[in-house]
Ligand binder design. Structure first.
Ligand code: ADP
Length: 591
């Protein structure tokens, strides 16, 4: 039987179709999820960079705050100390505080009178003198000094170039003696010290620092020199970078991308302001976009792993389902095959039963026609003979012949009625058997005598081969005579003129076998199985040349079997038939 589930075209494409559909959904969801993941990762990366820049800015503010407070404390104590012990305090503060380049004291006229370390202190330097050659720095110094003096407040001036050629941040703290301005303590912190301590960078992560004028204070990439102004740079032809720098100058925080022309890469910039007192600078951390890509691709890899596992799982589940369906289908096939076999078998039995019914039906019709034929023929002959006997001038010899004919037909009718009665007794189980030990040879002789008349008419030779010392067997004598009369009668009836009928008995240990053989018309092989059936006749037409009820062999078989024996036949059409009767030597149980 073909595999229905998978041979059905629709079903054959159903499972792979479902798999494809699921795969397409996974791929689409994957692509959508990837976009979302990309956005989220991008956003988080920006946030992380911004946080780093904010942390760096906070670090710088804390750094400056700490140093400002130290210098302010120093300034508060200054009036209490004589000049030289104060110098000692400067040394102490310098030594205990890292990254202060110089601590100086400027008197009320703006001249450096004391400082430590001495090599970083231009003793005698007058800020009102213009000897730096840097008017902007000079004006910042003067302006800040004036402002500190007037406001009595600490001021952090915007970074300026030190005499040593490095940028520095100046913390100005006023000193008052008896409420009179006495001068300023100035602490200078080099930008390079701040960057060394606080601005972490590596080969891909750059940091730069600008002030609120756009001046570059620090650039770890080395592309821009400290002191140069960003806004004058040709790189700011790049509108994205210009936007970032403008935002920084305005003291904003945020992130942005710009394209680094010389390196040919896109960089992410995260910037945060450092607002300490009146100092406004901005810190920016820049990273190549490829780092985001790397992060995204590592997330993708994780996702791919997950999708791979999911797809694998789905495929595995599909394969398992297919295997289960195959097995289920196979089991169904086997079951269907079994059921089909059963149905075929019961169909065959039904057909056989049907055939049998048809045969029985035919037998019934044959019986009716046989009965009417077998009853009517002798009756007609009897009536004719009787009518002729009634005529007055009938010859005495003819009268005798008519009487004989009358008797023959009466016998024929009687035999017919006997057969019918016997059949009815057999069927109702009322057939009586008088069992005794009988001499089979005697029974066979009696039977031959009965059919002798008929056989003589056909001039048949009856050959007997019965051993003289044949063992007696338990049987009903009359019934056995009936058996052999039937068999011999048929042998005679179906033999040609001058034929041979042979009856022979053979004794075995437990039974005796009697063969009744003729060389008559024989029986076709396909009819052999029916000849023991009730009313069956090979030739059942009304024009048949042999009379009979079709009950003889049925009765014979029943009697033999009631004796615990059996009957078989072998026959060849045109050659003759042999009927073999087997009878046990031991008594059978008669029902
Ligand atoms: P019937 O009364 O017709 O002889 P039987 O039951 O004795 O009925 O026999 C059934 C049929 O078997 C016969 O009609 C005949 O066709 C066939 N038959 C029986 N014996 C022989 C035989 N010796 N040779 C040929 N046909 C036989």
């Amino acid at each position: 039987m073909k595999n229905k589930l998978f041979n059905d075209k629709r079903n054959r494409y159903l499972i792979p179709g479902c798999c494809l559909f699921i795969l397409i959904i996974i791929i689409f969801s994957g692509i959508k999820a990837n976009h979302e993941v990309q956005d989220v990762v991008q956003k988080q990366f920006n946030e992380q960079q911004l946080l780093q820049s904010r942390q760096t800015a906070s670090g710088i503010m804390a750094f400056l705050n700490e140093r400002t407070i130290i210098i302010e404390t120093l300034a508060r104590h200054y009036p209490d100390n004589e000049h030289y012990p104060m110098f000692g305090e400067f040394i102490n503060v310098y030594n205990q505080t890292t990254d202060i380049y110089s601590i100086q004291f400027l008197d009320e006229s703006g001249i450096v009178t004391m400082g430590y370390p001495e090599e970083n202190t231009p003793i005698g330097y007058d800020i009102y003198e213009t000897r730096r050659g840097d008017p902007e720095a000079e004006s910042i110094l003067v302006d800040t000094f004036e402002r500190v003096k007037n406001s009595k407040q600490t001021v952090i001036s915007r970074p300026i170039m030190l005499l040593e050629g490095e940028l520095g941040i100046f913390i100005w703290v006023p000193v008052y003696k008896n409420n009179t301005f006495d001068g300023v303590i100035l602490a200078i912190i080099k930008i390079s010290d701040i960057s060394n301590r606080l601005l972490q960078h590596n080969s891909s992560r750059f940091i730069y620092m600008i002030d609120d004028n756009g001046m570059i204070l620090y650039d770890c990439s080395g592309r821009y020199n400290p002191g140069e102004n960003f806004l004058n740079k040709s790189g700011l032809g790049n509108p994205l970078l210009r936007e970032i720098i403008t935002n920084q100058i305005n003291g904003n925080q945020g992130t942005g991308y710009y394209f680094e022309d010389n390196a040919g890469i896109k960089r992410l910039v995260a910037y945060s302001p450092v607002t300490w007192r009146n100092l406004n600078i901005s810190i920016a951390v820049t990273t190549p976009e490829s780092e985001v890509d790397e992060l995204i691709s590592s997330v993708y890899k994780e996702q791919l792993k997950f999708v791979g596992i999911s797809v694998g799982f789905i495929l595995l589940a599909t394969v398992l389902i297919i295997i289960l369906l195959f097995r289920w289908n196979k089991a169904l096939e086997i079951e269907v095959a079994e059921k089909t076999g059963e149905i075929r078998e019961s169909n065959r039995l039904l057909q056989k039963a049907n055939k049998r019914l048809l045969e029985l039906d035919k037998a019934k019709s044959d019986f009716l026609s046989m009965v009417s034929h077998e009853l009517k023929t002798p009756l007609t002959a009897m009536r004719l003979s009787a009518e002729m006997c009634l005529e007055d001038e009938i010859d005495i010899n003819l009268r005798k012949k008519l009487h004989e004919k009358l008797i023959r037909n009466i016998d024929r009718l009687a035999m017919m009625i006997d057969d019918l009665l016997n059949t009815s007794q057999i069927e109702s189980g009322r057939m009586k058997y008088n069992m005794e030990m009988v001499d089979l040879g005697e029974i066979i002789s009696t039977s031959i005598d009965i059919i002798k008349n008929e056989s003589d008419k056909k001039e048949l030779t009856i050959v007997t081969d019965i051993p003289a010392n044949l063992a007696k067997i338990p049987a009903d004598k009359d019934r056995l005579v009936q058996v052999f009369v039937n068999l011999l009668g048929n042998a005679v009836k179906f033999s040609q003129q001058d034929g041979n009928v042979e009856i022979k008995a053979v004794e075995f240990e437990k039974y005796v076998e009697v063969h009744v053989k003729d060389n008559g018309i024989g029986i076709p092989a396909d009819k052999l199985e029916y000849i023991f059936d009730k009313f069956y006749q090979v030739d059942s037409t009304s024009s048949r040349s042999h009379g009979g009820s079709g009950l003889g062999l049925f009765i014979t078989k029943s009697i033999v079997e009631e004796h615990g024996g059996s009957i078989n036949v072998e026959s060849m059409p045109g050659k003759g038939s042999v009927f073999a009767v087997t009878l046990p030597k031991e008594p059978a149980v008669i029902h």
